[in-house]
Write a protein that binds this ligand. Structure first.
Ligand SMILES: *Cc1c(COP(=O)(O)O)cnc(C)c1O
Length: 419
């Protein structure tokens, strides 16, 4: 798999997609909740999607539309929908595609919110699920054969840092005509699953896409629907066929708008979308910088940590994911690494000794962040779920920011040496 990202190409693309050459250079914020129509005929046209103008802000606004175009372009997608948060994007897609009685296959470790969405919330509405390890291809293929409706996985397990064989999973989903959604939050620009044959990519734009932690947001990006032989025309998606036949290549958008956003309202707001675009201008620069720093920090800590504290990242030769990291993620797999202090007490002492790194439940920020896992995001999870998600008592998740990597290493080392 040739997965090399030309960061310079994306630097040019991003700044010019976000800014305009003429008139206001920064994106315009359209905070209106409602939009006036020229006349009754135009109103009819807007509602039947023959006229492409804003209808009402719950189903889209011009600032969101600008953001959606930018994300679709750098992901290599056909269209996108901006949402209120990353969870909004994932729940929009799930509720648009899944009915009671359908099954969702979840591969690998998951972000806590996604795990509970699938395991608790969707289950309450009758959507069944199965979870498996990233490389359990027996389970993956058997489940696909049995007619599962959708497959979901993360480009990088958070916080387990397991790396999936993205291309192999996508190819299998295409072979069995099953919709596949990839959460690419940790790896914008580093991995572009739509160009590898995936159907849907989702992001929490709160994280790396913004970088500044000034806007909660999410986005789902979609491929173009094929004129003939598209997997959406498989019998198992019969309830979508009316929309697919009417809307053709852009059908993913009305499927999500009519079957989720319109009724559930997980819509992005104009100001949040504006802030996300401000972050996107520098995404390529930041991704390149952060992913270099992650390796620098992981290698230094691996060498210098005292006995009883260890660092985990797939760039380390001792990592079981090192071979896949080198072949499939040659420029990095996002801002995360993890630190194991052995026990909760030691992890707390370590975190409390940090002077530079900020304690918070976020990732992909321009500042370096850290958080103890079992006492926070995973406190509601039982032992079995924690084990599957790779979360143990001494585990600290770290997200590397833009600071001097030497300063980050120094802070972690002084904390470890204070134990
Ligand atoms: C944070 C996160 C989400 C949820 O995004 P929000 O914007 O917080 O709703 C989903 N997936 C991953 C991988 C995340 O890190």
């Amino acid at each position: 798999m040739n997965n090399t990202t030309d960061f310079d190409y994306f630097n040019t693309l991003m700044v010019h997609n976000v800014g305009s050459r003429v008139g206001p250079i920064a994106p315009t914020i359209a905070p209106s909740a409602a939009f006036g129509y020229e006349n009754a005929e135009e109103a009819e046209g807007i509602f039947s999607a023959t006229v492409n103008k804003p209808l009402y802000a719950r189903v889209g606004n011009p600032t969101n539309a600008k953001l959606e175009g930018i994300v679709a372009s750098f992901e290599g997608g056909f269209g996108a929908i901006a949402t209120s948060s990353g969870m909004g994007a994932i729940s929009m897609v799930c509720t648009a595609f899944l009915n009671a009685g359908d099954e969702l296959l979840c591969i690998g470790g998951f972000f806590g919110g996604t795990y509970s969405l699938v395991n608790d919330t969707l289950a309450r509405f009758g959507v069944t699920n199965s979870f498996c390890e990233v490389d359990d291809f027996t389970h993956i293929e058997n489940t696909l054969k049995s007619g599962v409706k959708m497959v979901l996985f993360e480009s990088v397990g958070n916080p387990s840092l397991t790396l999936p064989d993205v291309q192999r999973i996508i190819d299998l989903c295409n072979q069995y005509e099953t919709v596949v959604m990839i959460d690419n939050t940790a790896t914008p620009l580093l991995l572009r699953p739509l160009t590898m044959g995936a159907d849907i990519v989702v992001h929490s734009s709160t994280k790396n896409m913004s970088g500044h932690s000034a806007a909660l947001g999410g986005v789902a990006v979609f491929r173009e629907v094929k004129a003939e032989g598209d997997k959406l025309l498989n019998e198992k998606y019969a309830d979508l066929h009316k929309i697919v036949k009417k809307m053709g290549k852009k059908a993913f958008i009305p499927i999500c708008k009519k079957r989720a956003i319109r009724d559930l309202g997980m819509t992005a707001n104009a100001f949040g979308s504006f802030m996300t675009m401000v972050g996107l201008e520098t995404l390529s620069l930041r991704v390149e910088r952060v992913n270099k720093s992650v390796e620098t920090v992981a290698l230094a800590l691996d060498e210098k940590f005292p006995e009883g504290v260890s660092v985990n990242h797939p760039c380390l030769p001792t990592s079981p994911d090192n071979a896949r990291y080198k072949s499939d993620f040659p420029q990095g797999c996002g801002p995360l690494l993890s630190i194991d202090c052995g026990t909760k007490e030691r992890a707390f002492s370590f975190l409390n000794a940090l002077k530079l790194v900020i304690l918070t439940a976020n990732i992909g920020d321009n500042r370096s962040l850290a958080l103890h896992m079992t006492s926070t995001i995973y406190s509601d999870f039982d032992a079995e779920a924690r084990k599957f998600l790779g979360v143990h008592e001494g585990l600290i998740r770290v997200s590397i920011g833009l600071e001097d990597p030497k300063s980050i290493v120094e802070d972690f080392l002084q904390a470890a040496n204070s134990l």
